[in-house]
Design a protein around this ligand. Structure first.
Ligand code: FAD
Length: 289
């Protein structure tokens, strides 16, 4: 690894100023679980590392009655996995975070680092997109909000501008008769990165008709895919086993799966359809009980 200088900003503005000043020679670091590997492999050779760990106020999980769940970007996977608020109100989020790699990674890796890393095999973007979460990023010109499903634009690519840092993730309140499920499949060991991740959010109205369906697939290709056709099969109709099967069958219609060490495109799409049917059935069972 090339030698580097570690700078330790005390505020978000200071961090953004460092990142702007050093341009391509500077890089933010949070837990370091992804970045240090990439530096060891010489994918990045930054001269300056801007250490975000001093920004302690960005480490929290809070429930805001009107805005929903608020998670500071420096919150570790483990803190989210162990949060009683998350376990009670957003069990799908808990499932996504407690199945990241292994406990050593989860103790150090942060939600902000995971999103900025934008590796396709990351769990959180799939579930955050199904939950319609927003990612708040701050730079020298102020803050902006980005929908989770649009944040990742390609493999290791996001909407983040060079001097921006992720500061917070906001997940809307879980509505009555709403349920979200997240499932992943790993082909080798449980600790391995996934072949496919799926999430679904379903909300029924008082008559049992599907009011909202948000279905997402991750890990199989460069970005998070929304399953628009499946959503329109479900929305506005009373749910049935047959309708869920139809929705699951078409969930991969607009997905572009990649061929890689996690599986062939054919395998990834088959796995996604099976997982989606399981997730839909579990969410339907929960909202109709
Ligand atoms: C063995 C192993 C297994 C793994 N398995 C899984 C898995 O199953 N599922 C999964 O989801 N993930 C998995 N991961 C990925 C892991 O979740 C990420 O490494 C971790 O989330 C990155 O967070 P970090 O805080 O360590 O980021 P860092 O390594 O510090 O940074 C990663 C990138 O994000 C940027 N960055 C960090 N924080 C911010 C911020 N607040 N604002 C802007 N940019 C920022 C950095 O500049 C860098 O480019 C695995 C990783 C390993 C090593």
């Amino acid at each position: 690894m090339k030698p580097f200088t570690l700078v330790t900003p005390k505020t978000i503005t200071e961090a953004s100023s460092f990142l702007k000043k050093h341009g391509d020679d500077g890089r933010a670091i949070a837990g370091g679980t992804a970045l240090v590997i990439m530096m060891n492999e010489r994918v990045f050779n930054p001269e300056y590392l801007v250490d975000l760990r001093g920004l302690k106020p960005l480490r929290y999980v809070r429930l805001d009655k009107t805005r929903g769940l608020r998670i500071g970007s420096l919150t570790t996977h483990r803190m989210i996995e162990q949060s009683p608020i998350v376990a009670k109100r957003y069990p799908a989020l808990k499932e996504a975070f407690e199945t990241i790699g292994n406990v050593r990674i989860r103790n150090v890796g942060t939600i902000g680092g995971n999103l900025a890393y934008a590796e396709p095999q990351c769990n959180p973007p799939t579930v955050l997109s199904a939950l319609d979460a927003e990612i708040i990023v701050s730079g020298l010109k102020g803050s902006r909000r980005i929908q989770a499903e649009k944040f990742i634009t390609g493999i290791y690519e996001t909407q983040l501008k060079p001097s921006e840092v992720i500061t917070e993730i906001i997940v809307p309140p879980m509505p009555p008769k709403g349920s979200c499920k997240f499932l992943k499949f790993t082909s080798r060991s449980e600790e391995d990165k996934p072949t496919a991740t799926v999430a679904c959010f379903l909300q029924l109205d008082a008559k049992g008709v599907c009011k909202t369906a948000r279905l997402t697939i991750g890990a199989v290709g460069p970005v998070i895919y929304r399953c628009g056709k499946s959503e329109s099969i479900l929305q506005g109709k009373p749910l049935s086993d047959q309708l869920l099967a139809e929705a699951a069958d078409s969930c991969t219609d607009s997905v572009k799966a990649l061929d890689d060490i996690y599986g062939s495109p054919w395998f990834k799409l088959e796995v996604s359809r099976v997982l989606m049917l399981r997730a839909l059935k579990a969410a339907w069972k929960e909202v109709s009980s």
